[in-house]
Design a protein around this ligand. Structure first.
Ligand SMILES: *Cc1c(COP(=O)(O)O)cnc(C)c1O
Length: 385
């Protein structure tokens, strides 16, 4: 089976991990700031905090931005459940903004309409999480404009988008948001096994995120409420968690960052090649907005079902039977049983539901060979005939 995604670990990556295993620090050591520095420099951001997962990054960024019971968080329904769950962890209410029919990212028009309605009902969100689906940035300039008018904070969920650019700047630079998070799960662009990162430009926010990573504890006298009792002293200021990344993971992450440009150029090459070779099939290839340069975490096609005599499910299953490990990103989050139990109903976001009935993610990863990509295309041609 050709998988839809796969990590690529080379000898240098392995050497760096082994070096860390033989060092004095397996966690809370020097590999963490090393990895953080590489990522923040790459993004053009002031601060970075490595954490145990992208989900942890979302959770503590929400908490650091003050999200609590009674507050509201909005995100896209076409995302991994973590982008919404982080709001629930904080006791907030979660709601969903329908997607743009071309980019499949959060629709700016739908967002604005929903904000106008929410303002009337005094139910404006405290945080909005746009998700850069497949690695293509959302229309952040417009979303940022709305955030000023309606006074919400923006966390970019860039789990798919390390290395992507928007208006010629690297995603994570924070020009149109308050914080950005990345995930380093093995299916993503670079990996640390499990892992995530929060990047931002606000020192106060950064210090909070750092404290929430480690139980809400600080050893910095400037942050303490009382006076230090001595060299052993630390203070717990808030209720945080153990969301630390290990040095073993950070060493891998820093090594993977050396290869990021190589990873991105291969993905961009494969995406162009898919675009060209899928041209005359009854499907829609990924639309790319001219402000964006995607990192191509995913390559998502949409079937033109009115031109095909099979169902979406049939085509998906036939592809799997032919050894093509296709996937579907994503089931609209609010259709999950847990969310239905919260009162969400089918029909909430019609574009998202239409998307869900037509979308398929084709294999896309650094190590995908052109021969394998040809096999994916050949299988599609055969099945769609
Ligand atoms: C992977 C992913 C996450 C969660 O990241 P983990 O590192 O798996 O916790 C969140 N949002 C999106 C869009 C993702 O793809």
């Amino acid at each position: 089976m050709i998988p839809y995604a796969k990590q690529d670990i080379d000898e240098h990556d392995i050497k760096e991990v082994v070096k860390t295993l033989k060092s004095d620090f397996l966690t809370q050591g020097p590999a963490i700031p090393r990895f953080e520095n590489v990522v923040k420099k790459f993004c053009g951001a002031k601060y970075a905090t490595a954490v145990s997962s992208g989900t942890a990054a979302l959770h503590i960024t929400c908490q650091a931005l003050g999200l609590k019971k009674g507050d509201i968080l909005w995100t896209s329904p076409i995302t991994f459940v973590a982008s919404a769950n982080c709001g629930l962890y904080c006791g907030a209410k979660v709601d969903f903004v329908d997607i743009d029919p071309f980019t499949y990212n959060m629709s700016v028009d739908a967002l604005e309409k929903k904000l106008v309605e929410a303002k009337k009902k005094k139910k404006l969100p405290k945080i909005v999480i746009p998700v850069h689906l497949a690695g293509q940035s959302c229309k952040m300039k417009a979303i940022f404009g709305l955030s000023k008018k309606y006074k919400f904070k923006i966390i970019e969920d860039a789990s798919h988008a390390i290395g992507a650019t928007y208006r010629k700047k690297t995603v994570g630079c924070g020009q149109f948001s308050h914080a950005t998070i990345f995930s380093f799960h093995p299916v993503k662009i670079i990996t640390t096994g499990e892992g995530g990162m929060v990047v931002c430009n606000d020192e106060k926010l950064h210090k909070k995120v750092e404290r929430f990573r480690t139980h809400g504890i600080t050893r910095d006298e400037k942050q303490m409420r009382g006076k230090s009792h001595g060299a052993w002293y630390y203070e717990q200021l808030e209720l945080g968690y153990n969301y630390r990344m290990t040095d073993i993971q950070a060493a891998l992450g820093a090594s993977q960052m050396n290869r990021l440009e190589e990873f991105l150029s291969r993905r961009r090459f494969l995406a162009k090649r898919y675009d060209a070779l899928l041209k005359n099939l009854p499907l829609v290839t990924p639309y790319q907005h001219s402000d964006t340069n995607s990192s191509w975490h995913l390559y998502i096609i949409r079937l033109k079902l009115d031109k095909i005599r099979k169902t979406h499910k049939q085509i998906f299953e036939e592809l799997r039977k032919n050894g093509i490990g296709v996937n579907l990103h994503y089931i609209p989050v609010y259709l999950q049983p847990y969310y239905l139990d919260l009162g969400f109903k089918k029909g909430l976001c019609s574009e998202a539901e239409r998307y869900y009935s037509e979308a398929i993610s084709l294999p896309m990863y650094y190590g995908l060979k052109e021969g394998e990509q040809n096999a994916v295309i050949a299988a599609l041609k055969k099945i769609l005939k």
